[in-house]
Design a protein around this ligand. Structure first.
Ligand SMILES: Nc1nc2c(ncn2[C@@H]2O[C@H](COP(=O)(O)OP(=O)(O)OP(=O)(O)O)[C@@H](O)[C@H]2O)c(=O)[nH]1
Ligand SMILES: [Mg+2]
Length: 316
């Protein structure tokens, strides 16, 4: 049996743990392109996430403590709806805070290098409308910080051009409110810089596939259900270009990596702020809920199989 691992990467609050929790019921019910040969028993961490989801709540963020910020689960699967070769799939879920620290200090431990070197592919998460997303300073977000005192400003007609906020063409409702103008005492690492760095690590570390092909990376925009329908209809790349242009640019030139984009909703809606959705969700089986939007070249399609990003990363 081949042993392949898929690494889940992303910043804090990017949806990794809830994704793992949502995969589990599908494995149990044998729904989806990957079929589990048998379910491992000692997976308290996954069970915890599943339990939250089954009760109609998103699983909480992972422990940020260095020692326990990493949890793995391992499962034997066959691809191609159970027809493919048997693979031992190992999925380490490392807390987003630890990835951020690694990138910010440029210090990656040997243990993590080993995780990346052994991985057959990766799933990179970025979460729509997360208040943990860090935006770089620009003329809009830095307006107040950059505003000159009246004395210094002079009466130049050009000042307004600098201090007036520029509204985005189609504001994202919730996110627009999050863009408060405050400068952290130590500037945080912008999310898109983190994502570019994670991609660089993958480019350096992931081995070529057994058939010599380029390693597969799935880039997942999590909580896709939270986006405005108009933005959703444009597809994950349009969203990334708009919110994380540097990262989107990086995806246009992926070097050794074969990247595919997905929009993911683990249960098909928002369990936190939408009571009506939550009660509907609790009435139905979890495996019938949730979807992914798959970007295939210029085409977008919605699929109810939430395993597709992992299956892509595995090389299927
Ligand atoms: N609406 C919606 N929200 C989601 C979805 N997936 C995740 N979320 C939200 O994102 C939050 C963070 O998800 P986690 O799975 O804990 O993220 P994580 O990447 O494991 O975070 P760390 O453990 O901090 O690294 C959840 O608490 C939910 O609020 C989704 O499909 N839809
Ligand atoms: Mg987590």
């Amino acid at each position: 049996m081949t042993r392949r691992s898929i690494v889940l990467l992303g910043g804090p609050d990017s949806g990794k743990t809830n994704y793992v929790g949502r995969l589990w019921p599908s494995f149990k019910k044998r729904k989806g392109v990957l079929r589990a040969e048998r379910l491992p028993d000692n997976i308290a961490y996954v069970d915890g996430a599943v339990e939250h989801l089954m009760q109609g709540n998103f699983a909480p963020r992972s422990d940020r403590n260095l020692e326990v910020g990493r949890a793995d689960f391992s499962i034997s699967v066959r691809g191609a709806n159970g027809e493919g070769a048997l693979t031992e799939l190992m999925v380490p879920d490392i807390s987003g805070e630890l990835w951020t620290r690694t990138v910010a200090t440029s210090e990656i431990s040997q243990e993590w290098l080993d995780v990346l070197n052994e991985a057959a592919g990766a799933v990179v998460f970025v979460r729509a409308l997360s208040d943990q997303n860090v935006k770089p300073l620009d003329w809009v977000t830095a307006r107040n910080i950059l505003r000159l005192d009246d004395d210094d400003a002079g009466a130049g007609a050009g000042d307004d051009a600098v201090t007036e906020p520029v509204e985005p063409e189609h504001p994202l409702p919730a996110e627009a409110a999050q863009d408060t103008i405050s400068l952290p005492s130590e500037p945080d690492l912008p999310t898109q810089v983190l994502l570019c760095e994670l991609l660089r690590y993958l480019d350096l570390c992931l081995a070529d596939r057994a058939d010599g092909g380029r390693p597969h990376v799935a880039v997942v925009v999590a909580a896709y259900d939270l986006l405005d329908p108009q933005i959703r209809a444009g597809g994950p790349m349009v969203y990334l270009r708009r919110e994380f242009p540097l990262f989107a640019g990086r995806l246009a030139d992926t070097g050794r990596l074969d990247v595919k984009l997905f929009g993911l909703s683990v249960v098909g809606g928002d369990l936190e702020d939408d009571d009506e959705f939550r009660s509907q969700f609790l009435e139905r089986d979890i495996t019938e809920q949730g979807w992914v939007v798959v970007e295939d070249g210029d085409r977008l399609r919605t699929d109810e199989d939430v395993m597709l990003p992992i299956a892509w990363a595995l090389g299927d």
